[in-house]
Design a protein around this ligand. Structure first.
Ligand code: PMP
Length: 403
């Protein structure tokens, strides 16, 4: 065994879980991705998807994607900068900018690339990036790529944010970067207070709307958390992904023209990686049209989300501060989290285990997520199985167990 494999062998938690028969990852889906999927030839209810609007198998989205492949081909053999810009890329950028209420937008091949490529190049050596400790891994990668000073604040803790802002030199750029909806715990960033502090300390704000797009916004418009709070004009940069509500892959950044033009010529994943494929571009664009023209989908998502939230609360599950279709069921123990994931899977319920480093080891959880297309009957089945298993494993909150 080489030194490298010996070293990696020592740290392989995955191998231990496999040996214990509780390895919960890489389950192969053999069907389309609706609220029910087929895995190992067996139907399971899908409560682990980010396709919040249930659009991945919408006929119009599929047809648009096929038509784009027929017209433009399957792949882009170059980056946007050189030979990789299509008319449908530019059209989608205009549509997205108008949708979120900014002057311009850029489309990247993945949401991960957006955060890495924007956070990584917006600020200089003497400037500051101030970020929430539960921000997505792609923002953290952006931090790593950036030469700026990085200051982390405690999750959604505004005193902690203010303390970090006080440490910054007043005449340097200060970019606050937050998730609109936190991807693992489903809680929403305290945007009104962040905006207030940004004014007080002359800071800029970038919001990641990966899980806000298609979910939050006034009158079910799905524009995101910035719109829900009516604070769009105070966002310097709005980021979103196509891999969740928009049923595709890719992502975007929207901002004023000068910022977008800077990114267009400086953001490395935009310049040095092949551009988003025609099929993915057309799928995202059509899913966005459906989101705009059918707000009832967002309304349905909220109906089923509220139904599930009530259900988990009355079961006595610990669900933290979520107020979104992402429902964390805190287990606070790695092994139990894996066992529960596995057992529920055997009983026909797909949920995702979330362990360190995605969350702190003491905060391990089962991530249960909803789609607009889930029915109450499907949620009832899940609640019943989860309630019974959690009771047996002793992971319901004490108060409710005593009641
Ligand atoms: N930001 C957040 C908050 C996310 O949850 C994710 C993906 N889970 C990303 C960015 C990256 O997006 P993508 O999967 O589209 O690359």
């Amino acid at each position: 065994m080489s030194l490298l494999s010996e070293k990696l062998y020592r740290y392989d938690a995955a191998r231990n879980a496999r040996a214990a028969g509780i390895y919960p990852y890489f389950r192969e889906i053999q069907s389309d991705q609706d609220t029910e999927v087929i895995i190992n030839g067996k139907k399971v209810l899908m409560f682990g998807s980010n396709a919040y609007l249930g659009l991945t198998n919408h006929p119009k989205v599929i047809e648009a994607s096929i038509a784009a492949i027929r017209k433009y081909g399957t792949g882009m053999a170059g980056s946007r900068f050189l030979n990789g810009t299509l008319d449908i890329h530019v059209e989608l950028e205009r549509k997205l900018a108008t949708f979120v209420g900014k002057e311009d937008a850029l489309v990247y091949s993945t949401g991960f690339n957006v955060n890495q490529g924007v956070v990584g190049c917006m600020t200089g050596r003497e400037d500051y990036i101030i970020w929430d400790e539960l921000d997505h891994a792609s923002i953290i990668e952006g931090n790593r790529a950036s030469l700026s000073n990085k200051l982390k604040f405690r999750h959604n803790d505004m005193e902690s944010l203010e303390k970090q802002l006080q440490k910054c030199e007043p005449d340097k750029v200060k970019l606050i970067v937050v998730d609109g909806v936190f991807s693992m715990e489903g809680d929403v960033t305290n945007l009104p207070e962040i905006v207030r502090l940004s004014k007080k300390y002359n800071a800029n704000i970038m919001i990641d709307e990966a899980h806000g797009l298609g979910v939050f916004g006034k009158n079910y418009n799905g524009k995101g958390v910035h719109d829900y709070f009516g604070l769009t004009e105070h966002m310097d940069l709005i980021m979103g992904t196509f891999s969740k509500s928009l049923a595709s892959i890719g992502g975007f950044i929207a901002a004023e023209e000068a910022i977008i033009d800077y990114l267009r010529h400086n953001s490395r994943p935009y310049i040095f990686s092949a551009s988003i494929t025609p099929g993915a571009t057309a799928a995202a664009s059509t899913a966005l049209d459906i989101l705009i023209s059918e707000p009832e989908r967002v309304a349905n998502l909220w109906k089923i989300t509220n139904y599930a939230l009530d259900g988990f609360r009355s079961l006595g599950c610990e669900i933290g501060h979520t107020s979104s279709p992402i429902i964390p069921l805190f287990i606070r123990d790695n092994e139990k989290t894996f066992i529960i994931t596995r057992t529920l899977f055997e009983e026909g319920i797909f949920v995702n285990p979330v362990v360190s480093p995605a969350v702190a080891p003491k905060d391990t959880l089962i991530r249960f997520s909803l789609m607009a297309t889930h029915t109450k009957e499907q949620v009832d089945i899940a609640l019943d199985k989860i309630g019974k298993l959690f009771r047996k494993m002793g992971v319901l909150t004490e108060n409710v167990e005593k009641a």
